[in-house]
Write a protein that binds this ligand. Structure first.
Ligand code: ATP
Ligand code: MG
Length: 284
């Protein structure tokens, strides 16, 4: 058999690339009818991926996550262009609850727990969209305590009196109680000590590995996010200015200089650099 025939046979047997878990296509978001915040954002999360959205204050990370989970209306925000597909279906017009039922849930910035409820009660509130009975819910609670031993220890403490790290774990654990296919995680590192952030990201990686949950993580902490994500998108003023495999972003000179603080010309904060200069370099 000729080599070319062999190759074409091989090509016809090729496996189709897996359908993405999430695909955001060129979305635009406007707040208050006039403030244009996202200017054509596109990104993809493969099934079982951990993808990071990186960028400074006000870049548009939270807005992107809220656009996906349909939480913008509460803030007078609206997706005015583009489309969003989750698990192969358009989800732009679903309610946040319906989206949770389909397996996509957001953990908000600032780890919102109910301070006056115990950790366990908080976790149980995460099961509100489920209809598979108490037994299954109890089993999942146990599974979650397996991933978060600290939550098991603190199960009867009032959430308001637990540490910031424990509250972040509680917020992620509560999201897990909805049996998600995907979690949108907004700034899990905010205000936490580096070793606690590491502990949380290790658990995220574990949930990803063992439970097959995909993650889209918004982070200002580029260093930490690129340690755990497989792919990253960098946002500035409502646009994606760069994307790539986590390893290639970690090695990129601009990323090192502006986001990791280890540039060749000596340490420098990217905030000190005028944004037009940065944009020019990104786009060059
Ligand atoms: N409800 C709102 N109404 C008007 N403008 C808003 C609203 N929410 C956010 N913005 C603006 O949208 C832009 C993007 O904000 P967003 O919160 O998405 O950024 P971010 O990347 O999450 O920032 P941070 O790292 O500080 O959380 C900012 O300029 C912000 O001022
Ligand atoms: Mg934010």
């Amino acid at each position: 058999m000729s080599r070319s025939l062999l190759m074409s046979e091989h090509a016809s047997n090729a496996v189709e690339p897996a359908r993405p878990m999430l695909s955001v296509n060129n979305i635009e978001v406007i707040y208050d009818h006039v403030i244009l915040v996202l200017k054509g954002v596109s990104l993809t999360v493969p099934q079982g991926g951990i993808v990071a959205i990186l960028g400074a204050n006000g870049a548009g990370k939270t807005t992107t996550l809220k656009a996906i989970s349909n939480l913008l209306h509460a803030e007078r925000g609206e997706v005015t262009k583009g489309s969003i597909e989750f698990d192969g279906e358009r989800v732009d017009s679903l309610s946040p609850n319906e989206l949770v039922r389909r397996g996509c849930i957001q953990v908000m910035e600032g780890r919102h727990c109910f301070g006056h409820l115990s950790i366990e009660e908080n976790l149980l509130t995460g099961a509100f969209t489920r209809r598979d009975g108490n037994r299954a819910i109890r089993d999942d609670l146990d599974m979650i305590y397996g991933y978060f031993p600290r939550l098991r220890q603190r199960r009867s403490s009032m959430a308001g009196y637990t540490s910031g790290g424990e509250q972040q774990m509680c917020a992620i654990g509560r999201a897990m109680m909805s049996r998600p296919k995907m979690i949108l995680l907004d700034e899990p590192s905010m205000g936490l000590a580096p070793q606690v952030v590491d502990e949380i990201f290790e658990i995220v990686k574990d949930l990803n590995d063992k439970q097959g949950v995909s993650f889209l993580v918004a982070e200002q902490n580029t260093n930490m996010a690129l340690k755990y994500a497989t792919y990253g998108y960098i946002m500035e003023t409502g646009r994606i200015v760069m994307d790539g495999d986590a390893a290639s972003l970690r090695d990129n000179e601009d990323v090192k200089e502006f986001y990791l603080g280890i540039g060749g010309e000596g340490r420098k904060s990217f905030r000190e650099v005028k944004s037009y200069k940065r944009r020019k370099r990104w786009l060059a």
